[in-house]
Design a protein around this ligand. Sequence first.
Ligand code: BGC
Length: 364
Amino acid sequence: MRKGLLLTTASVALLTTLTACGNSSSGGDSSGSGGKKPKIGVILPDSKSSARWETADRPYLAKAFKAAGVDYDIQNAQGDKQAFQTIADQMISSGVNVLVIVNLDSGTGKAVLDKAKAQGVATIDYDRLTLGGSAQYYVSFDNTVVGKLQGEGLSKCLSDMKAKKPVVAELNGSPTDNNATLFAQGYNSVLDPKYSSGEYVKGPNQSVPDWDNAQAGTIFEQMLTSEPRIGGVLAANDGLGNAAIAVLRKNHRNGQVPVTGQDATVQGLQNILAGDQCMTVYKAVKKEADATARLAVALAKGKKGQTNGSVKDPQGGRTVPSVLLTPVAVYKDNVKDVVNDGYVTKAQLCTGRYAALCAKAGIQ
Ligand code: BGC
């Protein structure tokens, strides 16, 4: 039996510590925020590269800030780097004590972080590390493990299908997202040895600029034209996976070619229930948002934050204190755990033709 969505003992202990720390502080502290209610600004990257930013991150962050009794402003740059900088400037001049960003690329992210720092605003890199940046903290999942789960997931599905020397295509995330680099490190640590041993054949491999789902469709269409024998697709998230599935469907090959994903989006989970997607990676965004809120509130009050590890910024050479959470692989048989965890609701998932598939997968 799979372990479900359980956290490791270490992360539970950490989260308990963080909860205690977050609960002990309420508005009116005189340090850091000048006696005023702390204010936290968050800039999300877009709403198209993954559903998660608007359906999960925004509501979970808002809920956590509300519960902590702080003021907050959450905005979405909608993929526009210029807008990202403008929002940051506005937040800084509106007097935020802490700025939390999901960068659109490291260059523009760094400019924003450096500016905030110069104005005495504390900074947190949320989900994506800004290379060469100056964020005081980083909150994310173990992104190499995310990639490893994808690589292992694809090989599990290929062996379940008894695929013989399958040609594996890779649809990587945005080349400007450090997470995409880490995901690829993770899945290639599983796939490369299989390519070298001849168990799998290395097929087309391409990065998708800005995680653009529409471009991913075009890219995958070209991949399949140039290499019609593609027998497995390592897609770095559910959006890219769905783009590949749409092309496979057009070619009447959906369900015969396992495709991976990430984010446990409603669409990704439905594709899994339908048998068109092999697996996704569930990242409990609520825990990521809660950890960020606790850290931000501590910083706003001039306190030090609680972390459970650190990452090395390969560009800046800095060691960045971090909260790193544990991702979980999701296959057809544990889709129900994502529903039980409250990340998606049965009403969202089990619509139309999916109602029967939900029942079959034990989703009540
Ligand atoms: C996030 C993924 C997301 C992707 C596209 C990555 O940095 O970790 O969860 O699917 O960006 O938005």
